[in-house]
Design a protein around this ligand. Sequence first.
Ligand code: ZN
Ligand code: ZN
Length: 104
Amino acid sequence: MPRTKLTLTVDPEILAEAKAKAQSQHTSISGLVENFLHFYSEARLYCFSCGVALDVTERETCAKCGFLKCSDCAKCGCDLSDEARQAVFHMRRVYEELLAGRVG
Ligand SMILES: [Zn+2]
Ligand SMILES: [Zn+2]
């Protein structure tokens, strides 16, 4: 795949920590940034019930619970117990922090 050069300006402390961690995980900053950018532009969530990958840009959300409706099994947050729904909700916060925006 052809590569292009990207110049970034970031907090030096964050970069130093990321570099150290990337090295210990045998990956590179370029690889991480590329992976993130790919995820950012094509965020994916997986159905909590059947596990199929959902394209968040194309799926409809349930008006009642606000969750994505699965294209395969048609389940949404309404099919979950309160406890499970809360767990999924908090898990989604990880994505939202990562992407600095709403997912799905
Ligand atoms: Zn499903
Ligand atoms: Zn629902």
